[in-house]
Design a protein around this ligand. Sequence first.
Ligand SMILES: [Zn+2]
Length: 170
Amino acid sequence: MRKHALMTCYDGRVDDIVNDLIAGIRNNGELLGKSIYRPAGGIHVLLGKSECRKAFYEMLTALRDIAGIDVFHLFPHTNCRYCGLNFSEKLGNGTRSDLRFHVQSAERMLLGLNHHFDRIGGAKPAFDVRIILTTDQRIVTIEEAQQLLPDIPADREHGHTCCLSACRTD
Ligand SMILES: [Zn+2]
């Protein structure tokens, strides 16, 4: 049975969707309560800054090596208040206007994670990275999110901090 960990945001607006996710994962694998992480800001607070990013990698590595986790579910969500704290353009308008930021940061997070686990060697965990559309109350894959993007003005500027710069490989 595969061992899972889930990381997403503390935000109560995603509670229902996260509870469904947890139930779904538990139908096919082990997801212990202590393997569910929901800090305020979710994955963005865990890896949004370069000093956090190393701790994030270290945490996932320890979960792999000590807890035997081999599937990580990493779920950012749109309209995240943490992302809007310093960069209001990342908060969006409650629908999908900040989706491009989440797509880009999710892609960079995947690149960074793959680079990290390639570098340290050993069995590479599986990464399930999808985006919760908070207002729509549904989850989309990165590919599905990209399909939604043409509807969003491409020139929308989301800045370049948080995961965008944080997940650069060294
Ligand atoms: Zn949030």
